[in-house]
Design a protein around this ligand. Sequence first.
Ligand SMILES: Cc1cc2nc3c(=O)[nH]c(=O)nc-3n(C[C@H](O)[C@H](O)[C@H](O)COP(=O)(O)OP(=O)(O)OC[C@H]3O[C@@H](n4cnc5c(N)ncnc54)[C@H](O)[C@@H]3O)c2cc1C
Length: 415
Amino acid sequence: MRDTIVIGAGLAGLMGALALAEAGRRPLVLATGHGATHWSSGTIDVWGQAASGGPRAAVAAVIAGDPDHPYARTGVAGLEAACARFRQVMQAAAYPFVGDLHSDLMIPTALGAFRRAALVPRTMSAGALQAGDRVLIAGFRQLRDFYPPLMAQNLRSQGIAAHGVYLELPPVNRNLDFTTRSLAQCFDDGAFRAHVGAQLARLRGDASHIGLPAVLGMRHPLDVIAELERHSGGQVFEIATLPPSVPGMRIASILERAIVAAGGRIQIGSAVLRGVADGDRLTTVISEAAAREQQHRAVRCLLASGGIAGGGVRTDQTGAVWETALGLPLAAPASRRAWFASRSLDPRGHAIFRTGVLSDDRLRPLDQRGVVVYRNVTIAGGALAGADTIRERSRSGVALATGWAAGSRLAAIEA
Ligand SMILES: Cc1cc2nc3c(=O)[nH]c(=O)nc-3n(C[C@H](O)[C@H](O)[C@H](O)COP(=O)(O)OP(=O)(O)OC[C@H]3O[C@@H](n4cnc5c(N)ncnc54)[C@H](O)[C@@H]3O)c2cc1C
């Protein structure tokens, strides 16, 4: 019987469901829609600021200075455990990640600025360019928001010899409506790859590296890269695009397959409307289904609904703020006037983005008096209070670490 419910299918919910399934529980993931995996870069950003000792040292300092930060609930060891399991699962699916928690990789955005990330898919890692590298940036006019000449110009201004070109699509593909996803599907086709590879060979010049938008196939991007490298003679890498994110979709589908293989189930299109409790135990979760409501017995439940950015927290024009799935108490600004910091670069970020569910050290929800609301519920990811992870650029690191910890701790709760 599926009496372990996970609310949310973002990075936090999927890592939590994986931990539950691997511990022998049979989680049912209920989610309104896909998580922010489908929009985000597909890298794991643990901490956005440079720190000597890398992201691991930065997180240790955050925990020492702020005992209510979500990272304090997992500790550095919890973050490391989550990263290790994530990397194993990705590696097993032939989508390996590189990097570690001791230093960040600096990879280019689609505008040619460099940003830090702790773990990046191997498809992107050759993009950690150095001054003196010679780079060809190649894209397609049909792909919106990816401008190779502009990116190359910005790379040149940072000392990297770069030029940008547009590639021609094969005639048969020219009339499609192009999104990142449809282009990635084109790269799954051998004739399309050969057509692109031949152009790269002709256009490469003396470039040692060739950067392309992150659309190099949905399921076997390393094979696509190897083939393009054989054709062109250059070292090929992917550059994160604007949404939708093919690298993020790859992560979500690998995690989904791992969850199902371990005995879990995923139901997208099932918004959770409310919960029913008996004292301090949640007993039932009620979700939306076609023309009716569906009741799910809940021996244990993980809330990973993403908070304000994921639809797990809503607001209105009166300043009211509420948690959408279980109606849990929130740590939120008292009035609308307090939502945003007066200085836009306030290092603590905006109060509305710190809004979420308070938790104890086992990630169980607390009310305003510090009393555990439900003993059989844990909270993870953007649903947790205590940090503006957008400002910190720690969102995927926090989701990964707390998702894995919340799932592992929940698995230990008996009926
Ligand atoms: C455009 C964009 C770009 C980003 N880029 C980056 C980046 O470069 N680096 C980085 O680290 N992070 C980035 N992020 C953030 C990151 O991807 C995630 O937001 C973060 O990992 C939080 O994950 P989460 O699992 O907590 O929540 P989310 O990924 O937001 O998932 C929330 C889930 O809960 C579901 N849900 C919400 N309410 C309910 C309900 N009542 N019932 C059922 N289901 C519900 C949603 O449908 C969804 O499945 C970006 C986010 C966005 C939107």
